[in-house]
Ligand binder design. Structure first.
Ligand SMILES: [Zn+2]
Length: 196
């Protein structure tokens, strides 16, 4: 899990905007923290893996020249949105919510409604340029922020920092994954007991 693997971003959160927050591993330990969204290509890969609707045709090949400046700026903007989601949901930061609101309005202004046959609904389609992923992320972030956040949780591990919606029947999920942080902490507790 400590390895940065763009091909397999974590998907444990129950909402894409929180899955985006989880692209930072070991968030609560600055010494160990790993940001797996290293560049714009990673953002595009993440959108594809999460089925976040982002028209990224323009971003298939590595952009060059002025385009790469735009890509770098879009990457930074998506990272800023990610951190804003974390701060708005878990610290109730109004500055973070303001950023998401501005990006959401901007995203809607640049997107169009298109009828999606399988879903039988009109859905927002982000612009088919390098700003598509940012628009898609902004709409997802807005969707999360304006939904019921009572089940938003952060993993109980000291360092992990992954976040998720607790949809367990008893609302008692305390780990990001039972096999990862749950198991590691159980083993550590057991070993501490043996020693003590
Ligand atoms: Zn965890």
């Amino acid at each position: 899990m400590a390895q940065s693997d763009a091909a397999a971003f974590p998907r444990v959160a129950g909402h894409p905007a929180l899955d985006l927050v989880d692209t930072v591993h070991w968030r609560l330990d600055p010494q160990r923290a790993i940001d797996t969204l290293r560049d714009f290509d990673d953002v595009v890969s993440w959108c594809h893996q999460m089925n976040v609707r982002a028209a990224t045709g323009a971003a298939k090949s590595a952009p060059s020249g002025a385009e790469s400046d735009v890509a770098a700026r879009e990457h930074r903007a998506v990272v800023a949105l990610r951190e804003a989601v974390y701060e708005a949901v878990f610290q109730h930061s109004s500055a973070a919510a303001d950023l998401i609101a501005r990006e959401h309005v901007d995203a809607l202004a640049r997107s169009s409604l298109s009828f999606d046959e399988p879903a039988s609904a009109w859905v927002w389609v982000p612009p088919a340029d390098l700003s598509g992923p940012r628009a898609a992320v902004a709409m997802s972030a807005h969707d999360l922020l304006t939904s019921d956040l009572t089940t938003a949780r952060q993993c109980a591990d000291d360092a992990c920092g992954w976040v998720y919606l607790d949809r367990s029947p008893r609302r008692n999920r305390i780990w990001c994954t039972a096999a990862g942080c749950g198991n590691r902490n159980r083993v550590a507790r057991h070993q501490a007991k043996q020693k003590g």
